[in-house]
Design a protein around this ligand. Sequence first.
Ligand SMILES: C[S@@+](CC[C@H](N)C(=O)[O-])C[C@H]1O[C@@H](n2cnc3c(N)ncnc32)[C@H](O)[C@@H]1O
Length: 206
Amino acid sequence: MTSGVVRTAYSARAAEYISLFDSISSTHPVDRELVLSWARGLSGKVIDAGCGPGQWTAFLHSGGVAIQGVDLVPEFIETAKQNCREAQFAVGSIEQLPTPDHSLAGILAWYSLIHTPPAGISQVLDEFSRCLKPGGSLLIGFFDGPAGESFPHAVTPAYFWSVEEMSARLQDAGFAVIGTHSRADPGVRPHAAIIAQRLITPSRVG
Ligand SMILES: C[S@@+](CC[C@H](N)C(=O)[O-])C[C@H]1O[C@@H](n2cnc3c(N)ncnc32)[C@H](O)[C@@H]1O
C-alpha cells in the first residue's frame, strides 16, 4: 500500500526529479567519497536499493563496482538504463529484493528508506539482512532528526531518523554499526549516514 503511494507520487514527478538528480554532480562531494570508498572495499555484488534515476549506480559502476540498481518507479529505471547501459537495473521493491539469500556483498540504501513508515523499517532491514552475505555491508543515507517524525518531503511524506535510533534498529536486524557520518549544511535538512555490517549469526533473522 505504502509502496504504491510512493511509486505513484514519484512517477507523477519523475521528469522533474530526473532533471534535478540524474547526474552524480548533484550529490555532495563528501558523500561521493564515502560511498565510493565503501563500495570499493567490498568483494562481490552490490545492490543500489531504491536507486532512483541511477546516478549512484552509474557512478559506482564506473568505479569498478559490480552493481545493480533496483527501484519501484519504472520511469527511473528506464532513465537509469539509458544513462548507464552497462549496469543492471530492475523495477522492484526494497521490501523484496530480486536476489537469493545471503548473495550480496553490499547494499546501498541512499535516501530510499525515507518514505518507509517507522512501523515498516524493521521489515526492510530484515530483508537487507536476508540478502547480504554474513559480513556483508549496508550503507544507509537519511535525513537526520527526531526518529520517526514525519515531514512534508517535496514528493511524498518522509520520516526523519536519528543515528541512535536507526543504529538500534540495525542491531535488532542483525547488524553491527561500523561507522556513522553526520552533516548539517545551511539551507538543507541535516544528513546522516550509517555503515553497518551483517553479523555472521544475526539474532533475529537467519
Ligand atoms: C529520495 S529518492 C532517492 C533516490 C536515489 N537513491 C538518490 O539518492 O537520488 C527515494 C527513492 O526510493 C525509492 N523507493 C522508496 N520506497 C521504495 C521501495 N519500497 N522499493 C523500492 N524503491 C523505493 C523511490 O522510488 C525513490 O526513487
